[in-house]
Design a binder for this molecule. Structure first.
Ligand code: F6P
Length: 367
């Protein structure tokens, strides 16, 4: 039987549990032997109780719950080659030849690195007598399939990542709640939303809540001009009858000199130039909490099924893969292509080539 292990890694996101459930149940239906790895790379390294063979009922209740029941952790040791060798040893001992990782781009890159070194590790383990010749032959290849679990929706080559829809829903709900108190006091609210270096959550939250102004990393405003532009935009909204102002700031927002734009700075400008009573709200981890939306349950379930199919179809020559969704169709693409395109966006921003960054990001979310 083909043995496949699934783990979650990096920041948790709503829908990861649904993804794990899907992988386990589809694997069982297709005659595979599924394993769960607890606490991400840490579990892979520690082995023992942290890697567990599972059955159908072990993932009951996973579909509708947020967070990740099999947990996630940062693992410094996995960054060292010796640490990764321990991970290889654990997989070989159990005869696991395929790994499905649900995580962000960093976690998926880590898995691809493990695969690139795989043969070297196998040889070393064989030479040192840690594994037998038969084990080395059986485990001569490792297949990697990634599913993108992140609220940030920051991976290129997919329209949506698992968790982004739930986080966006939570942001909308929270901003709606702020509106009633904002109206009562005729206040301005500056709201910071998550997304790391990606503005997808902020952009879409701005559209869905009717924000008056928005700051995202992909479209940095000119350093000494945004203050004036923002103020005149807020004044316009008030002049047509609004008694509140809503400004959304992506946590990675920067100006054209790559200086961070902070909520407190925005508040200061509004108070100084417009005199509006202003409050700052940092939404924080509430955005990652709670139940997944229908969409994240659906996306994770379909992608889990596709990930298992990819494992079954894989040959030793197959590249590591990532499951995505494009124009409403579940996709399977080389992982490295997706990572490369994602990294390119960040590089263009660093080079201050903002129009190119925006153009590249457009392949994922801005039209
Ligand atoms: O990548 C998901 C994310 O929630 C980002 O939006 C945010 O910048 C970061 O993780 C927060 O990380 P932590 O949970 O480690 O504070």
């Amino acid at each position: 039987k083909l043995k496949v292990a699934v783990m979650t890694s990096g920041g948790d996101s709503q829908g990861m549990n649904a993804g794990v459930r899907s992988v386990v149940r589809v694997a069982l239906s297709r005659g595979l032997e599924p394993y769960l790895i607890y606490e991400g790379y840490k579990g892979l390294l520690c082995g023992g109780e942290m890697i567990k063979k599972v059955e159908w009922d072990d993932v009951s209740g996973f579909l509708t719950s947020g967070g990740t029941f099999i947990k996630t952790a940062r693992c410094q040791e996995f960054r060292e080659i010796e640490g990764r060798r321990k991970a290889v040893l654990n997989l070989v001992r159990l005869g696991i030849t395929s790994l499905i990782i649900i995580g962000g781009d960093g976690s998926l890159t880590g898995a691809d690195m493990l695969r690139a070194e795989w043969k070297e590790h196998i040889n070393t383990l064989k030479e040192t007598g840690s594994i037998t010749e038969a084990q080395a032959i059986y485990n001569k290849n490792l297949m990697i399939v990634g599913m993108v679990g992140s609220i940030d929706n920051d991976l290129a080559s997919t329209d949506m990542t698992i968790g982004a829809s739930s986080a966006l829903a939570r942001i909308c709900e929270s901003v709606d709640a702020l509106q009633s108190t904002a109206t009562s006091h005729s206040r301005a609210f500056v709201v910071e939303v998550m997304g790391r270096h990606c503005g997808w959550l902020a952009l879409n939250a701005a559209i869905c809540t009717g924000a008056d102004y928005l700051f995202i990393p992909e479209d940095p405003p000119t350093t000494n001009e945004w203050q004036k532009k923002m103020c005149s935009s807020l004044e316009n909204s008030r002049s047509v009858g609004k008694n509140t102002s809503l400004i959304l700031v992506a946590e990675g927002a920067i100006d054209s000199n790559l200086n961070p734009i902070r909520c407190e700075d925005v508040k200061g400008v509004i108070e100084k130039h417009l005199g509006y009573d202003t409050r700052v709200t940092i939404l924080g981890h509430v955005q990652r909490g709670g139940k997944p939306t229908f969409y994240d349950r659906y996306l994770a379930t379909l992608q889990g099924a596709e990930a298992v199919e990819a494992v079954i179809q894989a040959t030793p020559e197959s590249p590591s893969l990532v499951i995505g969704i494009l124009e409403n169709k579940i996709t399977t693409q080389p992982l490295q292509d997706a990572i490369k395109l994602t990294t390119q966006v960040a590089d263009e921003i660093q080079r201050k080539n903002f129009s190119m960054a925006l153009k590249l990001r457009a392949t994922t979310f801005i039209n």
